[in-house]
Design a protein around this ligand. Sequence first.
Ligand code: PMP
Length: 284
Amino acid sequence: RTVYLNGEYMPEDEAKVSVFDRGFLMADGVYEVTSVLDGKLIDFDGHAVRLQRSLDELEMRHPSSKEDLLEVHRELVRLNEITDGMIYLQITRGNPGDRDFAYPPQDTAPTVVLFTQAKPGMADSPLTKTGMKVISIPDQRWGRRDIKTVQLLYPSMGKMMAKAAGADDAWMVEDDHITEGTSNNAYIVKGNTIVTRQLGHDILHGITRAAVLRFAREAQMSVEERPFTVAEAQAADEAFITSASMFVMPVVEMDGAAIGSGAPGPVAARLREIYLDESRKTAI
Ligand code: PMP
């Protein structure tokens, strides 16, 4: 693979980052994942805007313009001949030359890394047919989940707990209500209404979430943005998740209880189709 590091394209085994990098020592960094379908970037604008917001919240300077960033994404797609897959971008506060809790001076160069992950046929995942099983676990992450930082240890632990339970993912619970999945936003459908938690500091503001809710409203579906419980999820007609890499994916089981018929539902299927159609049209 050819990867990008601080202004240069290079083979992945030549890309080296300092042991003093604050991303490595402190998880002091932010990231974005953008999907590629048919060689084109999905929702690039949304990811660029959220990246800017994450950097602003952490008082990190933006190392390049949106146009330059788009160029790097496109060049990596070209160099690695990606048809379907993902582009991972990470920006850390860089290498201050020593370990210190205080931020280094503003003129410390950030570390910018981008790489590709090929996922041939990612839009036709077999999970679409079977649906995902999820378990509930306590949400033990920090309080600013709206900032997309690289501190992903608890979500990794959650993924392992799900695997150990024979499930595909974990939905996290705080004060009796579901916040989100380990790497996705969570939804239930009851009657004709789609329910998903409202935006705040307690969840990531998913780019796919924003697009899917917009398409749902344009299609005259009713949407309620409010917290919901595990019991409500188990009693729902349908459930699903959204993320840049999974698009819209049905959820058919929560803590061992079947949701609805126990098979992927029509609302998730319809939203997935609309999302993929519309995103392909606006891909760049
Ligand atoms: N919530 C969390 C915790 C995530 O990690 C992700 C994906 N990175 C999402 C939601 C979905 O966000 P997006 O649709 O922008 O991929």
